[in-house]
Unconditional design. Structure first.
Length: 344
Protein backbone atom coordinates (compact mmCIF):
# COMPACT_ATOMS: atom_id res chain seq x y z
CA UNK A 1 0.00 0.00 0.00
CA UNK A 2 2.81 2.45 0.91
CA UNK A 3 4.70 1.64 -2.31
CA UNK A 4 1.55 2.30 -4.34
CA UNK A 5 1.09 5.65 -2.54
CA UNK A 6 4.67 6.61 -3.41
CA UNK A 7 4.12 5.90 -7.10
CA UNK A 8 0.84 7.85 -7.06
CA UNK A 9 2.64 10.78 -5.40
CA UNK A 10 5.37 10.71 -8.07
CA UNK A 11 2.75 11.00 -10.79
CA UNK A 12 1.03 13.88 -8.96
CA UNK A 13 4.32 15.76 -8.56
CA UNK A 14 5.13 15.35 -12.26
CA UNK A 15 1.73 16.80 -13.24
CA UNK A 16 1.69 19.63 -10.64
CA UNK A 17 1.59 23.10 -12.23
CA UNK A 18 4.01 25.66 -10.68
CA UNK A 19 3.35 28.90 -12.56
CA UNK A 20 2.68 31.33 -9.68
CA UNK A 21 4.28 32.04 -6.28
CA UNK A 22 1.07 30.80 -4.63
CA UNK A 23 1.27 27.45 -6.43
CA UNK A 24 4.95 27.15 -5.51
CA UNK A 25 4.22 27.69 -1.84
CA UNK A 26 1.29 25.25 -1.91
CA UNK A 27 3.56 22.63 -3.51
CA UNK A 28 6.17 23.11 -0.81
CA UNK A 29 3.62 22.74 1.98
CA UNK A 30 1.96 19.69 0.39
CA UNK A 31 5.07 17.68 -0.43
CA UNK A 32 8.26 19.11 1.17
CA UNK A 33 7.20 20.48 4.55
CA UNK A 34 7.56 18.58 7.83
CA UNK A 35 3.88 17.65 7.61
CA UNK A 36 3.94 16.94 3.86
CA UNK A 37 3.34 13.75 1.91
CA UNK A 38 7.01 12.80 1.51
CA UNK A 39 7.64 13.13 5.25
CA UNK A 40 4.65 10.85 5.88
CA UNK A 41 6.07 8.29 3.46
CA UNK A 42 9.39 8.24 5.30
CA UNK A 43 7.47 7.73 8.53
CA UNK A 44 5.57 4.77 7.05
CA UNK A 45 8.83 2.78 6.59
CA UNK A 46 8.72 1.56 10.18
CA UNK A 47 5.48 -0.33 9.48
CA UNK A 48 6.91 -2.28 6.51
CA UNK A 49 8.53 -5.71 6.70
CA UNK A 50 12.30 -5.51 6.99
CA UNK A 51 12.85 -7.06 3.53
CA UNK A 52 10.71 -4.34 1.84
CA UNK A 53 12.24 -1.29 3.54
CA UNK A 54 15.31 -0.97 1.29
CA UNK A 55 13.32 -0.88 -1.94
CA UNK A 56 10.73 1.46 -0.43
CA UNK A 57 13.44 3.81 0.90
CA UNK A 58 15.04 4.06 -2.55
CA UNK A 59 11.68 4.93 -4.12
CA UNK A 60 10.92 7.62 -1.52
CA UNK A 61 14.43 9.14 -1.83
CA UNK A 62 14.03 9.38 -5.60
CA UNK A 63 10.61 10.93 -5.03
CA UNK A 64 12.09 13.56 -2.71
CA UNK A 65 14.86 14.40 -5.19
CA UNK A 66 12.24 14.77 -7.92
CA UNK A 67 10.13 17.11 -5.78
CA UNK A 68 13.12 19.25 -4.69
CA UNK A 69 14.39 19.55 -8.27
CA UNK A 70 10.96 20.57 -9.54
CA UNK A 71 10.58 23.13 -6.73
CA UNK A 72 14.01 24.74 -7.32
CA UNK A 73 13.54 24.88 -11.09
CA UNK A 74 10.16 26.57 -10.73
CA UNK A 75 11.48 28.95 -8.05
CA UNK A 76 14.40 30.08 -10.27
CA UNK A 77 12.06 30.54 -13.24
CA UNK A 78 9.70 32.73 -11.21
CA UNK A 79 12.57 34.86 -9.79
CA UNK A 80 13.99 35.35 -13.29
CA UNK A 81 10.57 36.39 -14.60
CA UNK A 82 10.14 38.90 -11.76
CA UNK A 83 13.58 40.39 -12.38
CA UNK A 84 12.91 40.73 -16.10
CA UNK A 85 9.58 42.47 -15.51
CA UNK A 86 10.91 44.68 -12.71
CA UNK A 87 8.33 43.31 -10.29
CA UNK A 88 9.10 43.36 -6.59
CA UNK A 89 7.50 41.77 -3.60
CA UNK A 90 4.74 43.87 -2.04
CA UNK A 91 5.74 45.94 0.97
CA UNK A 92 4.64 44.38 4.24
CA UNK A 93 3.69 47.34 6.45
CA UNK A 94 3.35 45.09 9.49
CA UNK A 95 7.09 44.32 9.63
CA UNK A 96 9.06 46.05 12.43
CA UNK A 97 11.24 49.02 11.54
CA UNK A 98 14.91 48.22 11.03
CA UNK A 99 16.95 49.92 13.78
CA UNK A 100 19.48 52.57 12.75
CA UNK A 101 23.01 51.55 13.66
CA UNK A 102 24.86 54.72 14.59
CA UNK A 103 28.59 54.87 14.01
CA UNK A 104 31.21 56.11 16.46
CA UNK A 105 33.88 58.75 16.16
CA UNK A 106 37.44 57.48 16.05
CA UNK A 107 39.34 57.99 19.33
CA UNK A 108 41.94 60.06 17.46
CA UNK A 109 39.17 62.37 16.22
CA UNK A 110 37.65 62.61 19.69
CA UNK A 111 41.02 63.47 21.24
CA UNK A 112 41.94 65.98 18.53
CA UNK A 113 38.59 67.75 18.82
CA UNK A 114 38.92 67.96 22.59
CA UNK A 115 42.43 69.44 22.35
CA UNK A 116 41.22 72.01 19.81
CA UNK A 117 38.26 72.91 22.04
CA UNK A 118 40.52 73.51 25.06
CA UNK A 119 42.93 75.78 23.23
CA UNK A 120 40.27 77.65 21.27
CA UNK A 121 38.70 78.72 24.56
CA UNK A 122 41.91 80.56 25.53
CA UNK A 123 42.36 82.35 22.21
CA UNK A 124 44.24 79.92 19.95
CA UNK A 125 43.04 79.48 16.38
CA UNK A 126 43.60 76.39 14.21
CA UNK A 127 46.00 76.35 11.25
CA UNK A 128 46.91 73.73 8.68
CA UNK A 129 49.67 73.20 6.14
CA UNK A 130 51.06 70.77 3.54
CA UNK A 131 52.07 67.23 4.45
CA UNK A 132 54.63 67.13 1.60
CA UNK A 133 57.22 69.72 2.53
CA UNK A 134 60.62 71.04 1.52
CA UNK A 135 63.74 70.83 3.64
CA UNK A 136 63.79 74.52 4.54
CA UNK A 137 60.35 74.60 6.15
CA UNK A 138 60.74 71.21 7.83
CA UNK A 139 64.34 71.45 9.07
CA UNK A 140 66.51 74.46 8.20
CA UNK A 141 64.17 77.23 9.37
CA UNK A 142 63.69 75.30 12.62
CA UNK A 143 67.40 75.58 13.42
CA UNK A 144 68.30 71.96 12.58
CA UNK A 145 72.05 71.74 11.89
CA UNK A 146 73.05 70.19 8.53
CA UNK A 147 74.32 67.04 10.26
CA UNK A 148 71.32 66.54 12.58
CA UNK A 149 70.25 62.84 12.75
CA UNK A 150 66.63 63.69 11.89
CA UNK A 151 67.77 64.57 8.38
CA UNK A 152 68.98 61.03 7.74
CA UNK A 153 67.00 58.34 5.92
CA UNK A 154 66.31 56.29 9.07
CA UNK A 155 64.00 59.01 10.43
CA UNK A 156 62.52 60.75 7.39
CA UNK A 157 60.57 59.66 4.31
CA UNK A 158 62.15 61.58 1.43
CA UNK A 159 60.21 62.10 -1.79
CA UNK A 160 63.13 63.69 -3.64
CA UNK A 161 66.80 64.00 -2.72
CA UNK A 162 68.27 66.89 -4.65
CA UNK A 163 70.89 68.35 -2.37
CA UNK A 164 69.92 71.71 -0.90
CA UNK A 165 66.16 71.45 -1.46
CA UNK A 166 65.00 67.95 -0.53
CA UNK A 167 61.29 67.14 -0.67
CA UNK A 168 59.90 64.94 2.12
CA UNK A 169 56.88 63.90 4.14
CA UNK A 170 56.79 66.26 7.10
CA UNK A 171 58.14 64.80 10.33
CA UNK A 172 56.20 67.27 12.54
CA UNK A 173 53.60 70.00 12.13
CA UNK A 174 56.23 72.65 12.96
CA UNK A 175 56.36 73.40 9.24
CA UNK A 176 52.98 75.13 9.69
CA UNK A 177 54.53 77.37 12.37
CA UNK A 178 57.24 78.44 9.94
CA UNK A 179 54.73 79.21 7.20
CA UNK A 180 52.60 81.27 9.59
CA UNK A 181 55.54 83.32 10.83
CA UNK A 182 56.66 83.90 7.23
CA UNK A 183 53.22 85.10 6.16
CA UNK A 184 52.17 87.29 9.11
CA UNK A 185 53.67 89.42 11.83
CA UNK A 186 52.98 88.89 15.55
CA UNK A 187 50.87 88.52 17.55
CA UNK A 188 50.44 84.88 16.49
CA UNK A 189 48.53 82.42 18.62
CA UNK A 190 47.65 79.14 16.90
CA UNK A 191 47.64 75.36 17.16
CA UNK A 192 48.44 73.03 14.23
CA UNK A 193 46.90 69.53 14.30
CA UNK A 194 47.70 67.07 11.52
CA UNK A 195 49.33 63.87 10.28
CA UNK A 196 53.09 63.42 10.36
CA UNK A 197 55.38 60.68 9.07
CA UNK A 198 58.58 59.10 10.34
CA UNK A 199 60.51 56.11 9.09
CA UNK A 200 60.14 53.95 12.18
CA UNK A 201 59.37 50.29 12.80
CA UNK A 202 55.72 49.71 13.71
CA UNK A 203 55.17 48.41 17.22
CA UNK A 204 52.85 48.85 20.20
CA UNK A 205 54.61 52.15 20.98
CA UNK A 206 55.66 53.50 17.56
CA UNK A 207 54.24 53.92 14.06
CA UNK A 208 55.37 55.38 10.75
CA UNK A 209 52.21 57.51 10.57
CA UNK A 210 50.75 59.36 13.53
CA UNK A 211 49.14 62.67 14.51
CA UNK A 212 50.47 65.73 16.30
CA UNK A 213 49.17 68.98 17.68
CA UNK A 214 51.70 71.80 17.94
CA UNK A 215 51.10 75.23 19.38
CA UNK A 216 52.75 78.61 18.83
CA UNK A 217 52.37 81.95 20.60
CA UNK A 218 54.54 84.86 19.48
CA UNK A 219 54.04 88.41 20.76
CA UNK A 220 55.77 91.04 22.85
CA UNK A 221 56.85 90.05 26.35
CA UNK A 222 55.88 86.37 26.10
CA UNK A 223 57.61 84.47 28.91
CA UNK A 224 58.18 80.93 30.08
CA UNK A 225 55.61 81.61 32.80
CA UNK A 226 53.00 82.11 30.06
CA UNK A 227 53.97 78.76 28.58
CA UNK A 228 53.67 77.00 31.94
CA UNK A 229 50.26 78.46 32.74
CA UNK A 230 48.97 77.55 29.27
CA UNK A 231 50.04 73.94 29.67
CA UNK A 232 48.78 73.74 33.27
CA UNK A 233 45.38 74.77 31.94
CA UNK A 234 45.49 72.21 29.13
CA UNK A 235 46.51 69.30 31.34
CA UNK A 236 43.85 69.94 33.95
CA UNK A 237 41.12 70.38 31.35
CA UNK A 238 42.15 67.18 29.53
CA UNK A 239 43.01 64.89 32.45
CA UNK A 240 41.29 66.43 35.47
CA UNK A 241 41.87 69.19 37.99
CA UNK A 242 43.77 66.95 40.40
CA UNK A 243 46.46 66.05 37.84
CA UNK A 244 49.97 67.07 38.88
CA UNK A 245 52.38 68.55 36.30
CA UNK A 246 56.15 68.75 36.21
CA UNK A 247 58.62 70.28 33.74
CA UNK A 248 61.98 68.60 33.02
CA UNK A 249 64.83 70.36 31.18
CA UNK A 250 65.37 69.02 27.67
CA UNK A 251 66.78 69.99 24.27
CA UNK A 252 65.11 70.79 20.94
CA UNK A 253 66.86 72.64 18.10
CA UNK A 254 64.00 75.13 17.67
CA UNK A 255 63.42 76.12 21.33
CA UNK A 256 65.69 77.52 24.03
CA UNK A 257 65.20 76.84 26.90
CA UNK A 258 63.37 73.58 26.28
CA UNK A 259 61.43 71.23 28.54
CA UNK A 260 59.45 68.02 28.55
CA UNK A 261 56.18 67.88 30.45
CA UNK A 262 55.06 64.96 32.62
CA UNK A 263 51.74 64.40 34.35
CA UNK A 264 50.96 62.25 37.36
CA UNK A 265 49.84 58.78 36.31
CA UNK A 266 46.05 58.73 36.52
CA UNK A 267 46.02 54.92 36.58
CA UNK A 268 47.86 54.62 39.89
CA UNK A 269 47.41 58.24 41.12
CA UNK A 270 51.18 58.67 41.17
CA UNK A 271 51.87 55.61 43.33
CA UNK A 272 53.67 53.67 40.57
CA UNK A 273 52.49 50.99 38.16
CA UNK A 274 53.70 49.12 35.07
CA UNK A 275 52.23 51.80 32.75
CA UNK A 276 54.31 54.61 34.28
CA UNK A 277 57.20 52.19 34.90
CA UNK A 278 56.70 52.67 38.64
CA UNK A 279 57.75 56.33 38.52
CA UNK A 280 54.29 57.79 39.05
CA UNK A 281 54.76 60.08 36.00
CA UNK A 282 53.82 59.95 32.31
CA UNK A 283 55.45 62.08 29.61
CA UNK A 284 52.96 63.87 27.34
CA UNK A 285 54.68 66.66 25.37
CA UNK A 286 57.73 68.80 24.64
CA UNK A 287 57.87 72.58 24.77
CA UNK A 288 60.08 75.65 25.10
CA UNK A 289 60.70 79.26 24.17
CA UNK A 290 61.09 79.81 20.42
CA UNK A 291 64.79 80.08 19.55
CA UNK A 292 65.72 83.60 18.31
CA UNK A 293 67.33 82.00 15.23
CA UNK A 294 63.90 80.60 14.23
CA UNK A 295 62.23 84.00 14.60
CA UNK A 296 64.98 85.69 12.60
CA UNK A 297 64.79 83.07 9.81
CA UNK A 298 61.08 83.87 9.45
CA UNK A 299 61.60 87.65 9.31
CA UNK A 300 60.44 88.40 12.88
CA UNK A 301 62.49 90.72 15.09
CA UNK A 302 63.81 88.49 17.96
CA UNK A 303 64.61 91.56 20.07
CA UNK A 304 61.07 92.91 20.01
CA UNK A 305 59.18 89.60 20.03
CA UNK A 306 59.42 86.39 22.00
CA UNK A 307 57.30 83.28 21.87
CA UNK A 308 56.73 79.76 23.05
CA UNK A 309 55.95 76.52 21.23
CA UNK A 310 54.81 73.06 22.27
CA UNK A 311 54.02 69.77 20.56
CA UNK A 312 52.27 66.56 21.54
CA UNK A 313 51.26 63.29 19.88
CA UNK A 314 47.49 62.89 19.67
CA UNK A 315 47.84 59.09 19.89
CA UNK A 316 49.86 59.52 23.08
CA UNK A 317 47.15 61.66 24.66
CA UNK A 318 44.41 59.25 23.51
CA UNK A 319 46.28 56.25 24.90
CA UNK A 320 46.58 57.93 28.29
CA UNK A 321 43.03 59.26 28.37
CA UNK A 322 41.30 56.05 27.22
CA UNK A 323 43.87 53.60 28.70
CA UNK A 324 44.83 52.04 25.36
CA UNK A 325 48.01 49.98 25.47
CA UNK A 326 48.73 49.30 21.78
CA UNK A 327 49.26 52.11 19.26
CA UNK A 328 48.45 49.79 16.35
CA UNK A 329 44.79 49.58 17.38
CA UNK A 330 44.23 53.10 16.04
CA UNK A 331 44.93 52.07 12.44
CA UNK A 332 43.63 48.49 12.31
CA UNK A 333 39.97 49.62 11.87
CA UNK A 334 38.68 46.84 14.10
CA UNK A 335 34.98 47.63 14.56
CA UNK A 336 34.97 45.96 17.99
CA UNK A 337 37.60 48.45 19.18
CA UNK A 338 35.97 51.50 17.57
CA UNK A 339 32.46 50.75 18.90
CA UNK A 340 33.73 51.31 22.44
CA UNK A 341 33.85 55.05 21.77
CA UNK A 342 30.24 55.49 20.61
CA UNK A 343 29.22 56.75 24.03
CA UNK A 344 32.37 58.72 24.89
Amino acid sequence: MSLEKARTTAEAIAQYSLETPEQLEQFRLQYLSKKGVITDLFGAMKDLPAEDRKQFGQVVNELKEQAVAKFKQAQEALEAAQTASGATAPLDLSLPVLPHSLGAQHPITLTKNRIIEIFERIGFNVADGPEIEDDWHNFTALNFPPNHPAREMQDTFFVERNGTNDVLLRTHTSNVQIRMMKEQQPPIRSIMPGRVYRNEAISARAHCLFHQVEGLYVAENVSFADLKQTLYHFVREMFGQETAVRFRPSYFPFTEPSAEVDISCHLCQGKGCNVCKYTGWLEILGCGMVDPNVLEACGIDPVRYTGFAFGMGIERIAMLKYRIKDLRLFTENDARFLRQFSGV
